[in-house]
Design a protein around this ligand. Structure first.
Ligand SMILES: [Zn+2]
Length: 217
């Protein structure tokens, strides 16, 4: 049989969605033996995936093993075989970041080589010395960047980027106003740990909405 080449079709957020849905199934299997409950959860997962991802027939075939997963090891194997189909975050270099933050005199750069671009929906890093947090996202094939001050104190709350319950801290960004010399500040609670936050993101629309909110004049 001729082997069909399938191009990467999952965004990182799609991949996280599948991981979260798989965890939902595994959690159900570990808490109940009731076949109807298990079936109902699988149905819910199926409709969640169908609603959020538009997949071709061959792509659906690749996702199908998810519904047969019965333990963690199988789950990990399922996720592993999906990795070649994940579209990584747009490649960036040190120079890309420098130009995105060109007004920043002492820009502290992240260790790009340590980042797994197949696991991040957005790029973020901290400058612990100045409490600054830098965030870069891709929207409509363009990179957008914001920086802000991340307050040290964390509380338990809902993150404005991933919309999940987490250890969050106040992130304050500032946008130049219409009138020269004026600024509008935006403060939002976001995950203290951006890597964890990335793993939570399963719907980029919300993440984009956050960016729109804090960059509007
Ligand atoms: Zn978050």
């Amino acid at each position: 049989m001729e082997k069909q080449t399938i191009q990467p079709f999952l965004t990182v957020a799609n991949y996280h969605l599948l991981e979260q849905q798989m965890n939902k199934i595994l959690h159900t299997l570990s808490t109940t033996k009731d076949k109807n409950v298990i079936l109902a959860v699988r149905d819910l997962v199926d409709s969640e995936i169908t609603t959020k991802l538009s997949l071709s027939t061959v792509e659906v075939k690749l996702i199908e093993p998810l519904f047969a997963v019965t333990d963690r090891a199988q789950g990990e194997a399922f996720l592993e075989q999906l990795k070649p189909y994940v579209i990584p975050f747009k490649p960036v270099t040190v120079n890309t970041l420098k130009s995105l933050f060109k007004k920043e005199k002492k820009l502290k750069l992240p260790k790009l080589e340590e980042m797994d671009f197949q696991q991040i929906c957005y790029l973020a890093w901290d400058d612990p010395g100045t409490h600054r947090k830098y965030v870069v996202i891709e929207q409509d094939e363009q990179l957008k960047a914001i920086k802000g001050i991340f307050a040290n104190k964390t509380i338990s709350g809902v993150c404005a980027i991933c919309n999940r319950h987490s250890d969050v801290g106040l992130f304050t960004t500032s946008v130049k106003g219409q009138v020269v010399g004026t600024f509008t500040n935006f403060s939002n609670y976001i995950c203290a740990d951006s890597q964890t936050c990335n793993k939570h993101v399963s719907d980029m629309d919300r993440t984009h909405a956050f960016f729109e909110r804090v960059t509007q004049k």
